[in-house]
Design a protein around this ligand. Structure first.
Ligand code: BG6
Length: 304
């Protein structure tokens, strides 16, 4: 994108003292929010939240130090949007994993300084960014990001066509943690999960989740809050969701992280965990003609 796009974006949507747009060296345009409550950066490509740091807190969202900010590539870290499918495509393995939404340009359609001091930016997936061969359905998709003491991300899918379509999706959020050894994830006790590192077997979660090896689990039929209890950082990250019945918990551990090549140092995987608010497997969502589906997640910090 050219500088004139940044200029136009700033003319239309900048909020003095809260929001401005800049162009990164890789060519990506970034929305930069800094208000009295928090700071955040969001790439227009993928409407991808890269960072979120409430004032006086450590960063909440993990962004790999080796993340590639390049046109057409997914950014390692932040809040990638997996849409309109999560994981591998159900029938065509040549389609990109986790859908196309995270690697295509989105547009800013609104910005707002809210009365509570937070800042809201609304992104929309333009028709020109949707590969018709992969997604031949009429729709309007928005990502509404609100940055304040808490961060809210709302992914809204509206079916503007004449026939029902089905989506799977996730806000594939990467969180900063002190160390994998020092956290436990609660809220999924007793839930059924599909274990990707165990040949997709169905298992039941026994107690809190701790991580001491690769973890890649898709929990189904769960709408409860998840808490990342971090004894090292003396805080809890609360993930509260609506319109999501699946939760994915992922840490690639040593070998997988090394293979990815964009995880940073050899021990980069120790400082992150993904807890993804999703709808996948038996929780795929049918969106009827004219209907709207919203996946709404609030991320907040509680000190312990
Ligand atoms: C998780 C999947 O959601 O995303 C993992 O469950 C996958 O299997 C991970 O490895 C990262 O995916 P990607 O495409 O961003 O490397």
């Amino acid at each position: 994108m050219s500088q004139s796009d940044v200029t136009t974006l700033n003319q239309k949507f900048a909020i003095p003292g809260q929001l401005e747009f800049t162009e990164d060296v890789g060519g990506l345009i970034i929305a930069r929010i800094a208000n009295k409550q928090a700071q955040s950066t969001i790439a227009l490509q993928g409407a991808h939240v890269m960072t979120f740091e409430p004032v006086g807190e450590k960063p909440v969202i993990w962004l790999s130090p080796a993340a590639k900010l390049v046109l057409g590539k997914s950014i390692r870290g932040g809040v990638p949007i997996c849409w309109p499918w999560f994981g591998a495509h159900a029938t065509d393995s040549t389609f990109p994993a986790h859908g196309f939404a995270r690697t295509v340009p989105w547009q800013v359609v609104a910005s707002e300084a809210l009365s509570d001091g937070s800042t809201r930016v609304t992104f929309e997936l333009p028709q020109s960014s949707i590969p018709a061969a992969q997604w031949p359905h009429a729709c309007r998709v928005r990502n509404i990001v609100t940055i304040g003491k808490e961060m809210t991300v709302e992914l809204v899918t509206e079916n503007t066509g004449q026939a029902m379509f089905e989506i799977s999706e996730a806000l594939h959020t990467y969180f900063v943690i002190s160390d994998v050894d020092k956290i436990r994830i609660t809220g999924l006790e007793g839930c059924t999960y599909l274990d990707k590192v165990g040949d997709w077997q169905r298992r039941t979660q026994d107690g809190a989740i701790t991580i001491a090896a690769e973890v890649d689990r898709l929990y189904v039929n769960t709408d409860s809050d998840c808490l990342i209890d971090d004894n090292g950082h003396k805080r809890c990250i609360r993930i509260a969701k609506r319109g999501s019945l699946s939760t994915v918990v992922w840490n690639p551990w040593v070998e997988k992280a090394a293979k990815m090549g964009d995880f940073g140092s050899d021990t980069g995987y120790r400082g992150m965990v993904c807890v993804e608010s999703a709808n996948a497997a038996e929780n795929v969502v049918k969106v009827a003609a004219g209907a709207t589906h919203s996946l709404h997640v609030t991320y907040s910090i509680e000190n312990i």
